[in-house]
Design a protein around this ligand. Structure first.
Ligand code: GDP
Ligand code: MN
Length: 385
């Protein structure tokens, strides 16, 4: 779950990370009053609160010299569209004078099996460009979880990128705080871009991005409460309500994959993608899905109009294949499934019974043996269509 900037900064504040003074205003009302009474000094910066980066380039970051200008800008910005997301809230901050913009983040790196520190003295809006044109200006340092952030971690990052070593101590302080937050909040990513340096030489977090592992939300009631303000995918929400994990994959894809386990889901996605086809979404059914739940899962999937082929891949242990077959048949009898294709691969408990149920239904459901054959069947349907 990606937090909005002001939600991220509320956590920054708890950890003593330096941030600007500011106020959040909302489309729900009272924006003008709030800006006027916040006691902010001017100029100010107004930022659209949407869960994507690159707001600056998309017109979502604007400056106001006076309180009047901030009020009128906030009115113009509330509700604005930033690359498909609506700005329901605007963060109004005291504008900082800055000399330099650095980039700093810690992410979970599955390759090094450790938190990975990423640092660059060429941060700000063009960090992606920096990564392409000056990779030597970006340091990536795995942090050994048993040792934590050490002086040499910082020394290496500054040395490799040619950044000013006089900032080693304050940078270490910030990285240590960010690192603690990274663990306490079960995050996948904490990012400060830009981490700016003001003319007095103080570091300050001008932006904040925090991505929390959804699986940790039961431990984090304060974060779970942030969810209400986020704009989430309707199918993700619908699926979550009934305990399915819906994963949007590629907007332009037209194939859906459903399975009872994330490992098999990923294998299926890999094999289909290898054949040059594109997955629109995946859904993890979890264990022991009944016919009703299978039918519900297919229904949720078909809420995405782009999907024309649904592939259900089941290893039947706790999940019984006959239940899967009944659910699949029920789902395919619905009018919304009329022009859709369903490929069913089932192995394990009551597999033969399942095949009989599908055959007896008379529906054009393809039952395939094994994943490679299923992928071939999907290929054939795509080539025919
Ligand atoms: P993003 O484009 O979504 O990453 O939004 P940011 O919050 O990072 O803002 C984009 C850019 O606006 C930054 O890289 C800065 O160059 C500039 N900016 C944002 N806030 C301030 C500020 O308080 N003072 C100054 N001088 N520039 C700012
Ligand atoms: Mn930024």
């Amino acid at each position: 779950m990606k937090l909005l900037e002001y939600q991220a900064k509320e956590i920054f504040a708890q950890y003593g990370l330096p941030i600007q003074k500011g106020v959040v205003v909302s489309a729900a009302g009272g924006a003008e009053e709030k800006i006027r009474t916040a006691g902010l000094s001017f100029p100010a910066v107004l930022k659209a609160q949407v869960q994507i980066g690159g707001r600056g380039k998309a017109g979502g970051v604007k400056f106001a010299d006076t309180v009047e200008e901030a009020v009128s800008l906030s009115k113009a910005m509330l509700g604005m569209d930033i690359r498909g997301l609506r700005a329901n809230e605007i963060l109004v901050l005291e504008k900082k004078d800055i000399d330099v913009e650095w980039y700093l983040s810690i992410m979970l790196d599955r390759y090094s099996k450790a938190p990975l520190l990423i640092f660059s003295p060429l941060g700000g809006m063009d960090i992606e460009e920096t990564a392409k044109t000056s990779p030597d200006k970006i340091a990536k340092v795995p942090i050994d979880p048993l040792r934590g952030v050490q002086d040499y971690t910082i020394a290496y990052a500054l040395d490799k990128t040619g950044a000013d070593k006089r900032y080693a101590a304050p940078l270490k302080d910030i990285i240590e705080k960010l690192y603690r937050m990274f663990f306490d909040y079960y995050t996948m990513l904490v990012e400060i871009n830009p981490l700016a340096i003001d003319p007095a030489g103080n570091l300050i977090a001008l932006d904040g991005k925090v991505e929390v592992d959804d699986n940790a939300l039961p431990y984090l009631p304060d974060i779970a409460a942030c969810r209400d303000k986020l704009q989430e995918d309707p199918q993700v929400i619908e699926a979550r309500k009934v305990n399915f994990l819906f994963i949007p994959v590629e907007e332009t894809g037209d194939i859906a994959v459903m399975s009872n386990g994330s490992g098999m889901l990923m294998s299926c996605i890999d094999l289909i993608t290898q054949k040059g086809m594109s997955i629109h979404a995946a859904l993890d059914l979890g264990g022991g899905a009944t016919a009703d739940r299978i039918a519900e899962a297919v229904r949720i999937m078909l809420g995405r109009p782009r999907i024309s082929i649904v592939f259900i891949c089941i290893f039947g242990g706790i999940t019984r294949c006959d239940e899967v077959a009944k659910g699949a048949v029920a789902a395919m009898q619905k009018p919304e499934a009329a022009s859709k294709h369903l490929i069913l691969r089932m192995e394990g408990t009551n597999k033969d019974e399942a095949a009989r149920i599908v055959a007896a239904s008379g529906l054009p459901i393809t039952v395939a043996e094994g994943i490679p054959n299923s992928v071939e069947a999907i290929c054939r349907i795509k080539n025919a269509g």
